[in-house]
Design a protein. Structure first.
Length: 351
């Protein structure tokens, strides 16, 4: 039986004609747990296995689930030093009713919880931290024009355009009014820093979107989940990584993995210092990027919640996520109020 979202009878001849190594044998599919946006399946013919990615079943907004973009950036990064899975074929919406792509199945280990992170020795955790930051700096150092991604995004005006776009996404996804989140959007709009040189931006870079080599937790075997990738300000990746990383009372976010609290893993200050030293980029305005990351996360989670209310989510772990959205909005305001950047502060009465 085909799991929801894939039609194995339709896929079988398509695989035989488009995926190297596929023989036309009957296929099995399994939805991989952990994805709350694009859907990811392991497809097997009993001898070999591959990974298939397709958009979620519910309504999607703008280009957040553009399979062609994911496929394009992975194909471009394949020859670089950034570890990514090899993409094998792209399928249009005539096969599954939605576009999708197939890539190699990488052998490795994903650390999603503090308990899983705690299985690393302190030395392994430090090596993992170093590799995670260095791979991000390597991504941001890729000459995007040289790898054929010159038209992949519009880096000029990236921050202003994205603050506005996420505000529109909130209006499209929201299930209720949330004044705190709209206040965050207003503050971001007036506190926009000047961006440094543009780069390929992953858009959701964090520890559990990477796969560690099975024999070496200090080596990243693959960076996964490129659905948010574009060209723009690379510090947006750093801000989001820090929010997920945790550390510090102001960053006890509901979505944090909390790597900073696991022995051996970098502190958030070490993440910042390592990235600054490796990338050579100015990190003076990271408060803005962390507040922006919380703002985006709140809107993404609200979109997941909206799909849950419509009954359009697959997999386990979906419940009422509105408290997460509320918590992120409140936390973003607290971080803005505490920032050394006065532009992020609550306006004074009459000011």
């Amino acid at each position: 039986m085909s799991p929801e979202g894939v039609d194995l009878e339709a896929l079988r001849p398509w695989f035989a004609g488009h995926v190297a190594g596929a023989t036309g044998a009957p296929l099995d599919a399994e939805l991989i747990a952990g994805g709350r946006s694009n859907l990811t399946y392991v497809i097997s013919d009993g001898t070999r296995s591959w990974v298939l990615r397709r958009p979620p079943l519910g309504h999607v907004v703008e280009t957040a689930h553009d399979m062609r973009r994911e496929y394009t950036v992975l194909a471009a990064l394949g020859p670089t030093g950034v570890p990514v899975p090899q993409v094998l074929a792209f399928g249009d919406d005539t096969v599954l009713g939605a576009p999708f792509y197939v890539m190699e199945r990488v052998d490795g280990r994903i650390l999603r919880t503090r308990e899983e992170m705690a299985t690393l020795t302190p030395e392994e955790a430090r090596a993992c931290s170093t590799s995670l930051v260095d791979v991000l700096a390597a991504l941001h150092a890729v000459d995007y024009r040289a790898v054929g991604l010159g038209e992949f995004g519009r880096p000029d005006g990236f921050l202003a355009r994205n603050v506005a776009r996420w505000g529109k996404q909130w209006q499209a996804n929201k299930t209720r009014d949330l004044p705190a989140l709209e206040e965050v959007g207003r503050r971001l709009d007036v506190a926009l820093p000047e961006s440094g040189p543009p780069a390929i931006v992953h858009g959701d870079y964090r520890l559990d979107n990477t796969m560690l080599a099975p024999d070496d937790p200090g080596r990243i075997a693959a960076v996964l989940d490129w659905e948010m990738s574009t060209l723009g300000d690379p510090l947006t990746d750093v801000g989001l990584l820090l929010v997920y990383w945790g550390g510090g009372a102001q960053l006890a976010t509901l979505t944090a993995q909390g790597a900073a609290d696991v022995p051996g893993f970098f502190s958030r200050e070490e993440v910042i210092a390592r990235y600054a030293a490796t990338s050579g980029r100015d990190v003076a305005h990271l408060d803005f990027y962390e507040v922006f990351a919380m703002y985006k996360l709140a809107i993404i989670v609200e979109g997941i919640h909206a799909r849950f209310l419509m009954g359009k989510t697959l997999g386990e772990g979906f419940t009422d996520m509105s408290p997460v959205v509320d918590g992120l909005a409140a936390q973003a305001l607290r971080l803005a109020d505490a920032s050394e950047d006065p532009a992020l502060h609550r306006p004074t009465r009459g000011g």
